[in-house]
Design a protein around this ligand. Structure first.
Ligand SMILES: [Fe+2]
Length: 320
């Protein structure tokens, strides 16, 4: 656990002249009660599923996203994974230009900024040429972001923020499962034992811990595949049962969704790339979230940053 967060940085940004506030359409707005930090508020921008690549005008879109985020001058920016376009068959060479495109956006964001890993951010698990898997499929993610681990935690203005690695290489037909491995569960327990009891916690991970998406689109008796959700979600949520988990930020599904279960708000954060850079997906356009945590409530908005897909819009739905 470390506390490198400070309002000083925000004040420095403001003192430097800040940036012009750009108007973005607000597609949803909601507030729910929580037991938040006693002092002040925490203004978060949460973006997820960027699927960065150099073609199709994507770098221009990502510049707009960074500018819109900076214009809002958030205290904290959190990313939910699938930062780049890639898959388990990709080589380091394949994904290098995609990482270049993502890192331009990452570096342009001025606020304190942390990201979780998504399934698209792993590479070299199943090389196309049949060669052996790379030693560490997460190596490029860690190198590009200057990280030693793919899960981390820190304090932010009275809140405790935890970013998890929810991608588990399964070796079965799904290739990966949403799963929080035992070692990471032990780390969560140790982390929770160190923070003051009742301290409000924000969790960020790529695959959803809780969602109504599949019930809504496939029917309530549909069983989500293990590569669409965290398959041991009840074990993970049980770790937080005696703690003040106020907010879970999740991605992967590319839809904008809010759930409240118990005293926790779950937000599935849409996607920066919408339907994989081909328009909106189940009515969720390309966008990101603005979330303000206050002592007594969480406030949420989803912003469409105004991107319009240039290519033909496919009818078929892309894989996650
Ligand atoms: Fe994605």
């Amino acid at each position: 656990m470390y506390d490198k967060f400070s309002r000083r940085r925000l004040l420095q940004t403001l003192a430097a002249g800040g940036t012009m506030i750009a108007a973005s359409p607000v597609l949803g707005r909601m507030a729910w009660p929580i037991q938040g930090a006693e002092r002040g508020s925490l203004r978060i921008i949460f973006y997820t599923d960027v699927h960065a690549k150099p073609g199709g005008g994507v770098p221009t879109a990502l510049k707009i996203v960074a500018d819109r985020i900076n214009a809002r001058q958030p205290d904290l920016v959190l990313g939910g994974g699938d930062l780049v376009e890639g898959d388990f068959h990709s080589s380091a060479l394949d994904v290098a230009p995609n990482w270049d495109a993502y890192m331009a956006m990452h570096r342009a964001i001025k606020s304190e900024h942390h990201v979780a890993i998504g399934n698209r951010d792993l590479m070299g698990v199943l090389p196309k040429d049949g060669s052996a898997p790379v030693a560490d499929p997460r190596l490029i993610f860690k190198r590009r972001l200057g990280l030693t681990t793919t899960y981390q935690a820190f304090d932010a203005l009275g809140y405790h923020v935890m970013l998890l690695d929810s991608v588990h290489i399964s070796g079965d037909k799904y290739k990966y499962h949403g799963h929080i491995a035992q070692e990471q569960q032990e780390w969560i327990k140790a982390e929770l034992s160190r923070i003051p009891h009742g301290k409000p916690i924000v969790l960020v991970l790529h695959l959803p811990l809780l969602t109504a998406h599949f019930g809504a689109v496939r029917g309530m008796t549909f069983q989500a595949e293990p590569n669409r959700v965290v398959d041991n979600n009840t074990d993970v949520l049980a770790l937080f049962a005696a703690h003040n988990l106020v907010l879970v930020l999740q991605g992967h599904l590319h839809v904008s969704e809010l759930l409240r279960w118990g005293s926790t708000t779950f937000i599935t954060g849409g996607a920066v790339c919408g339907r994989w850079w081909r328009g909106s997906y189940f009515g969720t356009p390309e966008g990101f979230n603005g979330i303000t945590l206050r002592a007594d409530r969480v406030e949420w908005e989803y912003f469409d940053y105004g991107w319009h897909a240039s290519g033909p819009v496919r009818d078929r739905r892309s894989p996650p």
